[in-house]
Structure formats: C-alpha cells, structure tokens
Design a protein around this ligand. Structure first.
Ligand code: NAP
Length: 235
C-alpha cells in the first residue's frame, strides 16, 4: 500500500464540494496539500483547515497553471500527486446554449486539465514517479438530454487523461480517472443538503474516499478507472 504521509498533492477546485473533501481527506492522511481555486476567502479557510498552501488561480490560464506548480515546488521541493478536479457545468437544449457557455465548460473542464498536466509533467518525468488523478463524470461515458456541452467536455477530459496514461506509463507516472454519478455539492449552483439527498446523491467524502483508494494502491498497481454512483441512481 502506498503511504500518503508527506506526499505533496495539488488539488484544484479545493474551495468547495468534491475538491474540498479531497484536500481535507488527503491532509488527514498526512499529505501536504496545495489548494487551488479562484475564491480566495473559501480557499484560505480550506488551506487553514488542512494546514496546506493556498494558491489562488484560474485553471484556464496557462500562467496560473505554471504558477501553481512553481509555488508547490518552491514551498515543498517536490510534487507527487495532481488532482484535476475543478469543473463547471450547465444543462440545456443544444439550441439554447450560447457559444460562450460552451467555451466556458471546455475551458475549465478540458483545457484546465490539459494545462495543469502540462505544467506538472516535466517534474513528474524527472523524478520518474507521480500520480495524476482526474475527476471526470459518469457522463464521460453516456449521453443525456440537456447534456450536449457538459457531456462533450467530460468525454474530452476522459480522452485527454486516457491518452496521457499511455504517454506517462513509460516514465513510471500513474494516471487514474474517477467517474462519479450525482454528488451533493454546489455544482451548477445547487444547494448541498436537503431532503433525502443522502439517498439520491453521493457525498463529496465518498468521492474523496475513492481518490484515497486509488492513491493508496501498491506502487506496482495503477487503478485506471473507478466509477461510483448512489445506489438509487440508474446508469
Ligand atoms: P462545485 O461544488 O461547484 O465545485 C467546483 C470547484 O471548481 C470549486 O472549488 C470552484 O472554485 C472550482 N473551479 C471552477 N472553475 C474554476 C477555475 N476556472 N479555476 C479554478 N477553479 C475553478 O462542484 P463539484 O461537484 O465539487 O465539482 C467538482 C468536479 O466533479 C467537477 O469536475 C465536476 O465536473 C465533477 N463531477 C461533479 C458531479 C456532481 O454531481 N456534483 C458529478 C460528477 C462529476 P472557484 O469557483 O472558487 O474557482
């Protein structure tokens, strides 16, 4: 089993929802966590709780992605884990989507994943070790009405990471992708909590536990993919 104590982990979208739960759980396991998001106040709160390093950054911006990696290396001297979790989504009939909304989803969900992996890879390759985890979605593998733009962005994020697994394997770098079903977060301006949500939705901690499982696999094992749903959700 891989010990997470003192492992250095970047977690994007750490200000709330799934990313916050991942950052918190990794810190509990003894990892040093670099918390990334745009909302400074929420980020500072999470960083304080996890004794981590807050980096206010927009994952769509290449200079910000480079900054996240350079701040990590200058604070901790190494980088072991990269969790590409930041994501946005909205849902509508195709003809009602604006081109701007399409671009926003692809910028955050696809380009954001690409840019952070690009910034981190030279360091992971040099040390011949590392673990990249993407938080994709079950809709990376199925389509649904109102899901043209979000689903396309999540299929694309899955494709980026799937191909990267093949590129990175010769360097000893693992790439794992998690595909959650419904999760009770602020996603798409939802309000977490409320009647029966614990029955109809996963909790952010459920996804964080999946990330922990994947990261703790023995050194010779890579969990390529892990999909999880609430029992009540038909897939
Ligand atoms: P959430 O509660 O809305 O959190 C989204 C996080 O992403 C926030 O921390 C947000 O922080 C960050 N973020 C958004 N745009 C960003 C940007 N440009 N730069 C940096 N950070 C950015 O949603 P969530 O449910 O936790 O979503 C996390 C991931 O899980 C997403 O990739 C989503 O696609 C995936 N997922 C969610 C569900 C679900 O049902 N909730 C299901 C499957 C997969 P700031 O706004 O502070 O920047």
């Amino acid at each position: 089993m891989t010990d997470l104590t003192n492992q250095v982990a970047i977690v994007t979208g750490a200000s709330r929802g799934i990313g916050r739960a991942i950052a918190t759980l990794l810190a509990v396991q003894g990892a040093k966590v670099v918390c990334v998001a745009r909302s400074e106040d929420e980020l500072l709160e999470v960083a304080q709780k996890t004794n981590g390093l807050p980096v206010v950054a927009d994952v769509c911006d290449e200079r910000d992605a480079q900054l996240v990696v350079s701040e990590t290396l200058s604070r901790y001297g190494r980088l072991d884990i990269v969790v590409c979790n930041a994501g946005v989504g909205s849902f509508n009939l195709l003809e009602n989507f604006s081109a701007e909304e399409w671009d926003r989803m692809f910028d955050v969900n696809v380009k954001g994943t690409f840019l952070l992996c690009k910034a981190a890879l030279p360091h992971l390759k040099e040390q011949q070790r590392g673990h990249i985890i993407g938080i994709a979605s079950d809709v990376s593998k199925r389509t649904f009405v109102h899901g043209t733009a979000y689903g396309a962005s999540k299929y694309a994020q899955h494709a980026v990471l799937d191909a990267l697994r093949k590129e990175a394997r010769p360097y000893g770098i693992k790439v794992s992708v998690i595909y959650p079903g419904l999760v009770d977060t602020h996603f798409n301006e939802a309000k977490p909590g409320g009647v029966d949500k614990e029955k109809t939705h996963l909790q952010p901690l459920d996804v964080a536990q999946a990330v922990r499982y994947v990261l703790e696999a023995p050194a010779h094992v890579v969990v390529d993919e892990l999909m999880l749903h609430p029992v009540t959700q038909e897939w």
